[in-house]
Design a protein around this ligand. Structure first.
Ligand code: GLN
Length: 366
């Protein structure tokens, strides 16, 4: 095999499969659960999404890198406008072809970006084969290596690691608003697209608190509404956060739960969240609003979910369902003032079909 960067690369799967390709990005190796997204664009957003911590991402679109990587743009109140966090969060990237950028606002190439941030990339592999394998067998842990060969695989169990320690802020972060009221975001690795979505609906101060804050630490900000953010890893490990959710829900302050935040709410109120075979990672997933029978095309990035209606908490109303596999994609509790969605209403990247959920949350708060 001829590699354009004169470097081989490998994917070592824990089922014994070894796949050879070309290395790009940073020279080195990383562990992770190997997952795939079918999004055809939005790699700068996807790679910086903290929910991908602990995962090696395969992008199924055959060419990745065509439009390069833009310069980071930050709003006046420090919300990032074009990335989901300050750095690359995936443990490694696998593509069929890694290309050179051709776009007016490209600041660096995909290869340079990964190199700068110490993230290995693997190209020139049959991503179609890999995806079919994952769809048959389910997600599998692996090691991605760029320019290095490994002889043994150390033990690795994605589902038992709490990755929120790596993605949640250690201190409180304030994004100042134009209106002197507060929305508190329980930040397990929040996407800046979500912060922007909230900000542009409310113009309140947004106060981000560490994922493991307790209810008193949150309530002292006198929040008008509380958002439980997205985040990486297995929600069933996060007992402290589940307790916090329970305590908060007693105050009847409006809550919006997104992705991991939705899963935490589900567990707190007595429902079940289980691992899916290979998850939903795409920007064109249909969901049906069961309260109106309308359908929407939405952005997803989750490997756990409410797998069936019987796993919903008691006393909540099913809200969204994925018509393809019947996964529950959201529930609502008018009595407790909670909106809970598994998909991403901020849609960064993705279609803006469901940004109205932020407006609905605003109505509840006001
Ligand atoms: N985007 C998210 O918040 C993901 C939630 C959770 N880590 C999952 O994979 O299901």
């Amino acid at each position: 095999m001829i590699c354009k960067r004169n470097r081989k690369g490998y994917l070592y799967l824990y089922d014994g499969t070894i796949i050879e390709g070309c290395g790009f990005g940073s020279q080195g190796y990383n562990f992770g659960e190997v997952v795939f997204t079918t999004s055809m664009n939005g790699y700068p957003e996807a790679l910086t999404d903290p929910s991908y911590k602990g995962q090696i991402l395969i992008i199924t679109h055959p060419l990745v890198g065509n439009y390069g990587v833009p310069k980071m743009k930050v709003m006046d109140n420090n919300i990032i406008d074009n990335f989901e966090s300050e750095k690359i969060q995936v443990e490694g990237l696998i593509v069929s072809e890694e290309t050179e950028p051709r776009k007016w606002n490209s600041y660096m190439s995909l290869h340079e970006w990964l190199s700068d941030q110490g993230i290995p990339g693997l190209s020139d592999v049959d991503t179609r084969f890999l995806v079919k394998k994952i769809r048959d067998q389910g997600v599998v842990p692996g090691i991605i290596s760029s320019g290095v060969e490994l002889s043994e695989l150390k033990k690795y169990n994605y589902d038992s690691i709490d990755f929120t320690d790596l993605t949640s802020p250690k201190e409180i972060i304030l994004h100042k608003g134009k209106i002197d009221k507060n929305i508190v975001v329980i930040d397990c690795g929040v996407k800046h697209g979500i912060l922007k979505g909230i900000y542009e609906s409310f113009y309140y101060n947004i106060i981000r608190v560490p994922c493991k804050s307790n209810a008193n630490e949150i309530m002292k900000f006198n929040p008008g509404g509380i958002v439980f953010s997205n985040g990486p890893g297995n929600p069933n490990l996060l007992n402290k956060l589940i307790d916090t959710y329970n305590a908060i829900s007693e105050y009847k302050i409006p809550i919006l739960g997104i992705c991991l935040g939705h899963q935490i709410g589900t567990l707190a109120l007595g429902g079940k969240v289980k691992k899916m075979k290979y998850g939903h990672r795409a920007i064109n997933k249909p969901v049906i609003d069961l309260t109106t029978e309308k359908s929407y095309i939405t952005t997803h990035n989750h490997g756990y979910a409410i797998l069936s209606i019987k796993d919903l908490p008691n006393n909540v109303k099913p809200w969204f369902i994925d018509p393809d596999d019947k996964i529950i994609e959201g529930w609502i509790s008018e009595e407790k003032k909670i909106l809970s969605v598994q998909f991403h209403p901020e849609a960064r990247p993705g279609p803006l079909d469901t940004t109205w959920i932020f407006e609905k949350f605003k109505k509840m708060v006001e």
